[in-house]
Design a protein around this ligand. Structure first.
Ligand SMILES: [Zn+2]
Length: 259
């Protein structure tokens, strides 16, 4: 079966259910964590209609997950967000305010508040997750060195509030499950290391009981496509050049930092 399709996504969801994993939204987990649980965090960077397709697959299986939207025309789609809310999933804000304001902290917190209000027009947003913006020198999480998101009634930022010594973290960055090492910002410090590349490998890990009791899957719906043309565009036009650029950027930063 071709990987990173909606059909494969359904198989992945089914493997969680077959192996006794509960699913919770990020907010639910922070309020009342289940002991054997998979948190599915969707970063809707672009192509929001794919997010709605995933939300429908999940609802069909009785799974609830979290969808983080950027305040960008690439990500926001009114009917998609309303659709996902109506299916009972969580909506969060995929923030990039410090990168968007080129490191201007005051402008960034104002932008953050404005955008949070925008998404709260759809859903009572309680959690946020950083959007990496690999080509920006600014890590938007640094905003929280100066401000506190809890003052804005946010209960959690997964990158900062989850204990990755307990919870394993797997991301589909780069259209594979071991691309984290090439990502500039989508990675966490964790003792877990898995031999996993394809979604089939991930399903095997789940079925063979090789994942811990708690893990998070970070999924970018834009990367999962049934239509060959979209799949090819995503992979060859968007992913491979981006991967090469990120690799070069990482090498450059490593060299620069070692001087
Ligand atoms: Zn993102």
């Amino acid at each position: 079966m071709r990987d990173f399709t909606m059909r494969m996504y359904r198989e992945l969801c089914l493997s969680l259910l077959r192996n006794g994993y509960e699913t919770q939204t990020v907010a639910e987990f922070f309020e009342n964590p289940a002991s054997r649980v998979c948190l599915i965090r969707h970063d809707v960077d672009s192509w929001p209609s794919n997010a709605l397709k995933m939300a429908l697959i999940e609802s069909d299986l009785g799974i609830h997950t979290s969808y983080y939207f950027r305040r960008s025309p690439l990500s926001v789609n009114d009917s998609v967000i309303k659709g996902i809310v109506s299916l009972g999933h969580e909506i969060g804000y995929h923030y990039e305010d410090l990168a968007a304001t080129d490191g201007d902290y005051e402008a960034a917190i104002k932008r953050f508040k404005r955008n949070l209000e925008f998404f709260r027009g759809y859903y009572p947003v309680q959690t946020i997750a950083m959007h990496g913006r690999p080509l920006s020198p600014w890590d938007s999480k640094a905003l929280w060195n100066r401000y506190d998101y809890r003052e804005h009634d946010i209960i959690a930022e997964p990158y900062l509030d989850l204990d990755f010594n307990v919870m394993a973290y797997l991301t589909d960055t780069g259209n594979c499950w071991d691309g984290e090492k090439y990502s500039v910002r989508d990675h966490v410090v964790s003792p877990y290391k898995f031999n996993v590349h394809y979604s089939d490998d991930l399903i095997d890990l789940i079925s063979d009981g090789k994942l811990p009791e708690q893990f998070m899957l970070n999924i970018h719906p834009a990367r999962w496509n049934d239509i060959w043309l979209k799949w090819m565009i995503r992979y060859y036009v968007l992913t491979v050049p981006k991967y090469l650029a990120k690799k070069a950027l990482k090498q450059y930063r490593r060299k620069r930092d070692s001087i």
